[in-house]
Design a protein around this ligand. Structure first.
Ligand code: 5GP
Ligand code: MN
Length: 322
């Protein structure tokens, strides 16, 4: 299916070109796309002679899977300057997903939203939202090209990380020829996809095995709803001696069941709040399921936060699927 080229609006390009002090913020608990997008934009901005800072909301922790990336522009939320000329919110579908950096992001003269979530609630002063983009990092690539800001190996590695993680390693239907063209250009810029991939996909702390065993061991298949679901308790993390930020890949294991079209992983946070991850094989729109909790995301991958019990959460998912 031919797709429209991903071209940044003149307003976005103009605001960044004119800015002297630039910031980029991602959603809380940033994934490869949010982190890759904010790093790529700010690293390229510094190379272009701007003052530039990246951050994301508390808890300000990153897993070692991102250790290959240049994080020299990344500062803790408390050190992110107020009143920057332009701040770009990347991969963030709603204002509340900025968490503790929402206020400082809004203190910028211009807050720009660059995102690929169809569910984006439209915050910020200028919005560039392309639900057909495979990753926000794909949009950032085109934005940097339009700005004529250099994409070197470090910037390229950040963009590549966003794309390779959000496309399921170039596998999901969002993976267009443009995505592969960009990947080719990034390899030409010196990106080491072998090193990035090893860290991103082929390493975990040993304690993760225990968490996987517990979560997979309690998975439930509900054949009539074609739903597979499981729970990760905070105690699982303590047993494995690993952090919450190490568990982003768990839902990809839970969703393997051939008998299921929809997968749900409910993760208990230390505070008792539940973080839900939903995945679909394509028929069911899980962004709509997440929306019943006030969450959002994409047709095939969405999430929500819920204050209540595991039983209440899964019953609400069942109700949305019936
Ligand atoms: P994950 O399940 O991997 O945390 O997230 C899957 C997708 O849903 C991502 O695109 C993510 O940005 C989005 N998402 C996850 N949690 C929330 C949430 O609480 N609210 C909204 N609006 N989107 C979410
Ligand atoms: Mn994304």
């Amino acid at each position: 299916m031919p797709t429209d080229p991903i071209v940044p609006p003149e307003e976005v390009v103009g605001a960044l070109a004119a800015a002297r002090r630039v910031g980029a913020v991602g959603h809380v608990g940033p994934d490869g796309d949010a982190l890759g997008s904010i790093l790529a934009l700010t690293l390229a901005a510094r190379r272009a002679g701007k003052e530039a800072y990246a951050t994301f909301g508390e808890p300000f922790v990153l897993t070692p899977i991102y250790d290959e990336l240049d994080r020299s522009t990344l500062v803790p939320p408390g050190e992110f300057p107020e009143g920057l000329d332009v701040v770009v919110a990347c991969d963030t579908a709603a204002r509340d997903r900025l968490g503790s950096v929402g206020k400082v992001a809004e203190s910028a003269t211009t807050l720009i939203v660059v995102d690929h979530h169809g569910s984006n609630d439209g915050f910020g002063d200028i919005r560039w939202i392309r639900p057909d983009a495979a990753a926000t990092a794909q949009m950032i690539f085109h934005l940097l090209r339009a700005l004529d800001w250099e994409i070197d190996a470090a910037v390229g590695a950040a963009i590549y990380t966003g794309i390779v993680t959000d496309t399921g390693r170039f596998q999901y239907s969002s993976t267009t020829p443009d995505v592969h063209h960009i990947a080719a250009e990034l390899l030409e810029a010196g990106v080491r996809q072998d090193r990035l991939g090893e860290k991103l996909f082929e390493e975990a702390p040993f304690g993760y095995y225990r968490v996987v065993a517990n979560v997979m061991g309690r998975a439930v298949l509900e054949r009539e709803l074609r739903l597979v679901w499981s729970v990760m308790y905070h105690a699982d993390l303590e047993e494995g001696g690993i952090g919450y930020e190490d568990t982003d890949g768990l839902v990809d294991l839970v969703r393997m069941a051939r008998e299921a079209d929809v997968a749900c992983l409910l993760k208990e946070r230390e505070s008792g709040v539940i973080k839900g991850s939903l995945r679909s094989r394509g028929v069911v729109d899980v962004a709509a399921v997440a929306a019943t909790f006030g969450g959002g995301g994409h047709h095939n991958a969405a999430g929500f936060t819920f204050s209540g019990t595991i039983d209440e959460a899964i019953e609400r998912v069942r109700a949305a699927l019936r």
